[in-house]
Design a binder for this molecule. Structure first.
Ligand code: TUI
Length: 316
């Protein structure tokens, strides 16, 4: 059972699983491994300069012939140049995060991209549908990194009801039961980020992966609420410092200054004390680092098993 949905056909993928576009973490080997395993791999642009993003797109093409996407982070200082590179490289799927991609939409559509913005609300989902988005990723506050306020469970069915384009559920899913839950809410696929950090192909530092495996249900906390750009991360000395200065009424500049470069030192240097260890709430469920193909096989077989189990509950 592969849970093929119309969106799978549109994106030319075998299973309804999309890998989250995680800055510094979602590099070519991870994206290619997810695409090679039948899902949709995503290369994250994050705050990287356009040349770095272009090199990563080219590297992905050496590792897979399958469809993959690029996630563009709309708060990036290099966003205009990154959009140019994505268009020049004719990346087949573009996901967007941390803002409204409306002004770039026509350029992506002009070369035939499937454009899939991440939205944290019904209003933005509606706006994206009107601007020509092919689907939306509805991300609940359970997700890691920069988050919205509403929970996946409440937000996904409201967006499904409000728009005609396919919906992808994100935030809080890492296994077959999560996949089935997303599909049950009316989504045509799920996006998983945290689960794919703990994969063998992910280039994040081993210490980052081990921290996620050790995390419990209450360890992924929200920082930077006072800035209007809340971020979910694993608690450590950095988050303690950040929350303290926020409580003391630090300015936006001071908070931003404290946060600068912290994700890179966590992902690349494995600094679990001073780094920003972005993670979703579902980290507490994870217990192993596996190849992406195994992760996807396990998700699919667990979803099928769980569906059969639900079928035994019919009674009379
Ligand atoms: O973008 C993400 N997750 C991210 S981006 C990121 S890098 C960063 N680090 C610190 C501060 C800000 C960014 C780390 N993780 N997920 C998708 C997502 N998009 N979550 C929430 C949103 C979002 C929020 C507001 C999308 C649109 C939006 O629209 C506001 C508007 O302009 O209408």
């Amino acid at each position: 059972m592969n849970f093929q949905t119309p969106l799978c056909k549109l994106l030319n993928i075998d299973v309804p699983i999309i890998q989250g576009g995680m800055a510094w973490v979602a590099t070519a080997p991870l994206a290619a491994a997810v695409s090679n395993a039948g899902g949709l791999g995503i290369v994250a642009a994050g705050n990287a300069p356009a040349e770095v993003v272009e090199a990563e797109i080219i590297r992905t093409r050496t590792l897979t012939d399958k469809t993959f996407g690029v996630n563009i982070m709309l708060l990036s200082p290099f966003i205009d140049e990154v959009v140019e590179v994505v268009c020049r490289q004719k990346v087949p799927v573009v996901t967007t995060g941390a803002g409204n991609p409306g002004k770039y939409m026509e350029r992506f559509k002009a070369y035939g991209a499937q454009v899939i913005p991440v939205v944290p609300s019904v209003a933005l989902a509606r706006r994206m549908e009107r601007s020509g988005a092919d689907a939306v990723i509805v991300e609940g506050t359970e997700a890691g990194g920069h988050i919205g306020e509403l929970a996946t469970m409440a937000l996904v069915p409201q967006v499904v009801k409000a728009v005609k384009i396919p919906v992808i559920a994100a935030g809080g899913m890492a296994d077959g039961k999560g996949l089935l839950a997303g599909l049950s809410l009316g989504a045509q696929a799920v996006q998983m980020g945290t689960r794919f950090v703990c994969s063998t192909e992910c280039e994040a530092h081993d210490a980052y992966k081990e921290t996620l495996l050790k995390a419990g249900d209450r360890d992924a906390i929200v920082t930077a609420r006072s800035t209007g750009h809340p971020v979910r991360v694993i608690k450590n000395k950095f988050t303690q410092d950040l929350l303290r200065i926020e409580k003391e009424g630090a300015s936006l500049e001071e908070i931003e200054k404290l946060g600068t470069g912290r994700l890179r030192i966590a992902v690349q240097d494995g600094d679990m004390v001073n780094g920003s260890v972005m993670s979703g709430q579902i980290a507490g469920l994870l217990e192993d680092i596996l190849p992406c193909a195994t992760i996807i096989q396990q998700i699919m077989s667990e979803a099928a098993k769980q569906l059969m189990h639900l079928n035994t509950l019919k009674g009379d």
